[in-house]
Design a binder for this molecule. Structure first.
Ligand code: SF4
Length: 300
């Protein structure tokens, strides 16, 4: 039995069946990058945290058809949450975003049932009209999740990561989401140079106190072609070991209120995109190590 509230157990409780997320790439780009290709956060590669489907010219229709088939075959899930993952999904005029979302739902319903939507974006890209739109979608009976790239609540860390926004922006955005019908998930990174081992725990606990329901954790890892790769190759950045990462994430989860949902325990990246640390490529091994620590904590 898991000693934390995992995303899969939450989904089973909520829907009474297996539900899976289908990751989609609208090619929306990010205002913090130069088009799809250059600039942005220190760790971000040209795929903008997603599959790279838009860069490869794979249409939304193809992404949905092949993704739904894989999910049905591999995970036996009959219902999906469409996750607009890559870059910043809200980096489109609202009318265009709504058209893309409607199109995606229409296309996906040819293959399966849609029970929810999730949108990955930056905290400075969620104006009130977009929040109203998400609220309306949730009012139509879909589970709607807004996934905010927070990464850390340390100002120094946000500067080092080249995020281009500050902690106040995160707080203000999260608080504007109060009393809405959608839920918030925050993405947090461990292993940012200069942070102590409890920064992730402090960030997560504060976000939970502001109303964030779910968390995705990952270590700072080096992808090919990023500014972070230059730092790593020059010896100015050393990634966390798996043991240290497991310790940091365990503290963060232990510090969260009961009921907080853990959508992700670690990253999912593989060579040739992944440069370091290579333990990230063995996601199942990393999850097992973290869960071992979590269960030890539970017994102590
Ligand atoms: S906000 Fe997201 S997509 Fe934009 S540069 Fe940063 S990590 Fe990449």
């Amino acid at each position: 039995m898991k000693t934390y509230r995992s995303w899969s157990s939450y989904l089973r409780e909520r829907f009474g069946e297996r539900v899976h997320k289908l990751c989609l790439d609208l090619g929306a780009g990010c205002p913090h990058r130069d088009g799809l290709s250059r600039g942005g956060c220190i760790f971000c590669d040209e795929r903008g945290g997603g599959s790279g489907a838009a860069l490869a010219g794979i249409s939304l229709e193809e992404q949905i058809k092949s993704g739904a088939a894989v999910i049905r075959a591999r995970y036996k899930a009959q219902a999906l949450i469409l996750y607009f993952q890559s870059y910043s999904a809200t980096n489109l005029p609202l009318k265009e975003l709504a058209e893309e979302v409607e199109k995606a739902i229409r296309l996906a319903e040819r293959h399966t049932r849609i029970v929810g939507l999730a949108f990955g974006t930056r905290p400075d890209l969620l104006p009130d009209d977009v929040l109203d739109y998400f609220d309306d979608l949730a009012g139509d009976g879909l589970d709607v999740w807004v996934e905010i790239g927070v990464q850390s609540l340390s100002e120094e860390s946000l500067r080092w990561l080249r995020r281009g926004h500050d902690v106040h922006c995160i707080e203000e955005t999260v608080k504007r989401c109060h009393d809405r019908r959608f839920s918030l998930c925050a993405h947090l990174i461990a292993g940012i140079p200069g942070e102590d081992d409890l920064q992730m725990a402090r960030s997560a606990a504060t976000l939970a106190s502001w109303g964030v329901r779910a968390f995705k954790f990952h270590p700072l890892y080096v992808l090919r072609g990023t500014a972070l790769e230059e730092e790593y190759q020059a010896g100015r950045f050393a990634p966390l070991t798996l043991d240290k990462y497991a310790e940091i994430v365990t503290s963060a989860i232990a510090n969260l209120p009961r009921g907080a949902i853990i959508q992700r325990l670690t990253a999912d990246a593989k060579p040739p995109h992944l440069i370091a640390p290579l333990w990230v490529a063995d996601k199942a091994g990393a999850v097992a190590r973290i869960e071992q620590r979590l269960s030890a904590l539970n017994k102590s």
